[in-house]
Design a protein around this ligand. Sequence first.
Ligand code: ZN
Length: 351
Amino acid sequence: MKKLDSEYEIHKLAAGLKVDWQQNAVQNIIALCHDKISKWTKGISKIRSIQELEVLVCEKVKLVFEEIYREDDLKAVIRKYVSLGEPIFSTLKTDLDEKTFATLIERRRIDGNSQDRYVAVIDCRGSKAPRRFFSRWHEIAHLLTLQGQLQLPLHRSTTDRSPTERLMDTIAGEIGFYDPLFRPILRDEIAKEGGFAFTTVERVRGRFCPEASFQATLNACVNRLDVPMLLVEIGLGYKKEEERQIFSSQTTLFSEAHPKPKLRVSTIIGNDRARGTSLKIHRNMQVPAASVLHRFFFKEDDLPAKELEGFENLNIWRHSDGGALANLSVRIRVRRFESSVIALISPARLT
Ligand SMILES: [Zn+2]
């Protein structure tokens, strides 16, 4: 996936917001959001929680939320706004499809002082429920970066991963875990535990905001650590060539025997501190049989653990051309999370 900083859509947005778009456009847009918020928080009594900050920011951007938990909630929201003279809300009937987690609507029948100029309808049904907290901040991000009016009176936030949608997620990950509130808790919990582990995330989440999902809190923690850290997800998968082979054999009459999937790195996120260091694993790399991750995934240990911790040298990992990763001793913490297996990997001497 192309880096957000080099996307035309993001350059256009940065230029429209009058921040430098040529260098670090994403950071400049985030800094602008931070500036707005710190101006708003100045001079008022201390903000003590992310919920209090959300109330303040929504007031400033004139946003209200409507949350959908059941079909009846959706009908009620449509009825409410249509009766207020906003027929556009009736499109919600079909808007909130599988890929859409929220819809932002700009109301027309209001005056300049109305506090509900924007309505974000958050879909909290089924698998979208854990995203609720993050979705609210994603919608706030749209309004923090708005120039004038919404391009259309209605914006659907989807899983399509367009540059703008990815940027809004990045902003939500920053502002929704507002540093002045989040960092002291993270620092405190790391000090208590003498390091960073999955249990740290659970405790940070409990103190900062239990409504935020574990996954979103985990990402927020990893991004703010003072040490290099990789967050990886592993699963059974194929090499690119194998995928192509499988796909093409499905279209031929005499299909060859399919290759067997192997344990691979399916997603990987490195924090800023990991950039430019030798702590590097590549997406889709095969997990070596000698790795802690392999042992855990295939339950090779006698104890069926929910979590496992171990050390290994990254040089046991091989590219398909035989080349090894860096000679670096790492600490690995791996656990099952819902239907996936995730791991934290950091240089051993630092953690
Ligand atoms: Zn969106």
